[in-house]
Design a protein around this ligand. Structure first.
Ligand code: AMP
Length: 334
């Protein structure tokens, strides 16, 4: 029905590293697609970024970069709310109230925090990293999000957000929408490093030649694909024992909109070198218009700033409505 109320979707990306092809295939393109079905709220999560060591100038640059890239890939500020997290202080304010409705044991059980804590060893971690899932719960609950697109790594955090929302609703009275995970419809979702096809392509990869950044130049992309690791076989076919070729087929499929089966047929009998070159060219062609749009936005700081401020205003209106409801319920004078 035309005027049936659409569900609200919330998603955020941390500007801790430059955006890469894995982010696009695993997250960004779904965010674009979701705009057709949901009222979307999308955040550049700078507050989450400072739980680890980041260079302040890099964080600021990346926050602009992420927003310009959001716009370049087709997130539409007229359709969706696009904003930078720290521009809406309600995120920090609600976190305090939710902290007081989260049990230490619950936060302690989060495997991501435990992993990071273990990896940090003697250097230790900060309270922010421990509290990260509560800030994430605030992000989601402020906007009455019905759905949150998440990967496996965030499932436990979403579960905690649901627990906190249910506890608050039970302790006071129904206040928060209890959010559900949304797992999307796109089939290919995980992209692996070009140099180690068993490891997820990641922005913090040690070996940067395995990562294709969305802003890489055509020359760099060509070089990275030429060096992509394959196998000693010579058949272009997706198979569990051929992770390199499978990964390249998946990338080619997303970039061209062709199925993996069609791609296997297209490259039947071709050499690995020819295939790798073709995948590289497909990526270059796919990124060309996106990079051009990105350059247009990043080159017009006034316009970008206007979009960022306008997004923050729209987000604030919803967030403060939720926060004032929460403040009233817990007994603050509002
Ligand atoms: P990260 O950059 O690791 O914080 O991830 C941000 C989002 O991008 C998450 O939704 C990830 O699941 C997604 N993402 C990052 N790298 C990849 C990848 N190699 N393949 C698929 N999705 C990815």
């Amino acid at each position: 029905m035309e005027n049936e109320k659409r569900k609200i979707a919330y998603s955020a990306l941390k500007p801790t590293g430059d955006l890469q092809l894995g982010n696009y295939i695993g997250a960004l393109r779904n965010m674009v697609a979701m705009q057709e079905q949901f009222d979307c709220v999308y955040t550049v999560a700078d507050m989450h970024s400072i739980t680890v060591d980041v260079v302040p100038a890099d964080l600021r640059r990346r926050s602009y970069d992420f927003m310009a890239m959001f716009l370049a890939i087709g997130l539409d500020p007229e359709k969706s709310i696009l904003f930078v997290q720290s521009h809406v202080p309600a995120h920090a304010e609600l976190t305090w109230v939710l902290n007081c409705n989260t049990m230490m044991g619950e936060a302690n059980r989060m495997t991501q925090y435990k992993d990071k804590s273990r990896k940090a060893g003697k250097a230790g971690i900060n309270v922010g990293l421990f509290d990260y899932p509560v800030l994430m719960a605030s992000d989601i609950l402020l906007y009455n999000a019905d759905v949150v697109p998440i990967g496996k790594d965030q499932q436990q955090h979403l579960e905690l957000a649901r627990t906190i929302a249910e506890r608050f609703n039970g302790r006071y009275s129904p206040t928060f929408v209890v959010p559900e995970g949304y797992y999307g419809t796109k089939t290919t979702s995980k992209i692996y490093s070009l140099t180690d096809p068993t490891a997820k392509m990641g922005k913090t990869d040690d070996n940067l030649s395995g990562v294709v950044f969305l802003l890489d130049t055509p020359e760099t992309i060509r070089r990275k694909f030429t060096k992509a690791v394959t196998d000693s076989d010579c058949e272009i076919r997706a198979a569990a024992n051929k992770p390199g070729i499978t990964n390249l087929l998946n990338i080619y499929s997303v970039m061209t909109g062709k199925t993996v089966k069609a791609a296997e047929k297209e490259f039947d009998g071709a050499s690995y070198a020819t295939f790798k070159e073709a995948v590289g060219e497909a990526v270059i062609e796919f990124l060309r218009p996106i990079q051009a749009e990105y350059k247009r936005y990043i080159g017009d700081k006034a316009e970008l700033e206007r979009i960022i401020r306008s997004g923050a205003e729209k987000a604030s209106r919803i967030a403060y409505k939720t926060l004032s409801k929460v403040y009233r319920k817990v007994g603050f004078i509002v």
